[in-house]
Structures are given as C-alpha cells and as structure tokens.
Design a protein around this ligand. Sequence first.
Ligand code: GTP
Ligand code: MG
Length: 204
Amino acid sequence: MRFTDATFAGSFPDYEKAPKTGLSEIAFGGRSNVGKSSLLNSLLKRKELARISKTPGKTRLLNFFVLSDKEGKPLACFVDLPGFGYAKVSAAERKSWQSMVERYIEKSSLLKGFLLLIDSRRGVQEEEHQLVEYLLHQGKMVCPVLTKSDKLNRSQKADVVKKTTEILGPFGENVNYPILHSSKDGMGNDLIWRWMNERINDES
Ligand code: GTP
Ligand code: MG
C-alpha cells in the first residue's frame, strides 16, 4: 500500500456510528499504556496523529484514521482501540470498554488484521492469551507486536521473542511470528507493514 496521507476520521463509541467507508481495517489493541497510539504514529511517520499520554487510559473510544494515496483516494483504515487492564477505572467503566471492543470485533467484517501489542518487558499474560483465543474464534488474523523493545538489551529481546513464540505458536498460522518494535527508532515497522499489506490485499 502506497499511502501518502493519513487523517483522523473521528472517535466513536460504537462501530455503527462510524462512517461506512468500506475500507479494510487494521486494529491496534492491547493493554492500556502498551504503546498502541505510539505504534500507529510510528508506522505513519507522524508525531502526534494519535494522542499519546503518560497517563494510562488515554484512548477511550474507537479512533479511526483513514490512509490515502497521493490523489487523495482512501486506501485503508487504522483503528486505535481503548486499552484493557487499566486498574484506575470503575468496574462499570471497564466493562463498557470491553464490550465496546468486543462489539467492534464481532461486527466488523472489514477488520482484516489485529495488531496485538504486548509490552516486551512483561511478555504474554493471561489477558493477552485470552484475547488471542477470542480473536481466532472470531476468525481474525493476529500479529503480536512486542512494544518498547528499546528498553531491552539483546539477550532480553531474544528471550521475549522465544517465550512469546512458545506461548502463541500452538495457536497456529493465523497468529504471526512476534515482531519486536520500538516507536523510538521505528524498529519493526517494515515487518509490520509487510504483514498489514498482506492482510489488506488478501481478499479471502
Ligand atoms: P492508552 O491509549 O492509554 O491505552 O495507551 P497506548 O497503548 O496508546 O500507549 P501510548 O502510545 O499513549 O504510550 C504510552 C507511553 O509509553 C507513553 O509515555 C509513550 O511515550 C511510551 N512509549 C510508547 N511506545 C514506546 C516505545 O517504543 N519506547 C519507549 N521507550 N516508550 C514508548
Ligand atoms: Mg492510546
């Protein structure tokens, strides 16, 4: 995909309320503060398209971004999802976030790939494992992205890739090999683009 521009298309609590673009979608999901918005900006080489915050829980709605080519023709859509697992919200609020994300995943037939962000210092926890199970059950393709890898040394990087592969490998071919990423220097962006392009061009 040769995008030249990306614009914020709006925040919506419900997939039904989002504009019907008919474009293929790639979702960015994972724990709160894991680096979803930073990854989106890094892939698009934009500093502040998606809002980044040191305070977890910044993204509270489904945020849509439309990518377009140099003629302005829309190509695809990125969806920045609210994060899960943030302790400082009420149980009711947490439930409403979860159902917002689940409703989106279940309703969007245009969702071609799910980038599951995992903090490279924590690795796969119970929540991520359950989410992969759920996504596969919904027929979605998953790419695990190990974020903030600039905080690890070489052997720690190798270690988290090995452990993640051991845990997620048994899920089979709809879960990609984990990709180490850093929003500081763009490490991993090429591999993630390759995976996304395959998903978007895959008509199945
Ligand atoms: P919520 O929307 O609150 O769920 O957070 P998020 O997952 O969108 O995370 P966000 O991109 O806002 O980043 C959270 C914090 O992690 C910010 O302080 C970022 O600067 C930092 N961060 C994100 N990616 C990286 C990275 O690759 N390396 C480092 N060192 N810090 C990062
Ligand atoms: Mg965010």
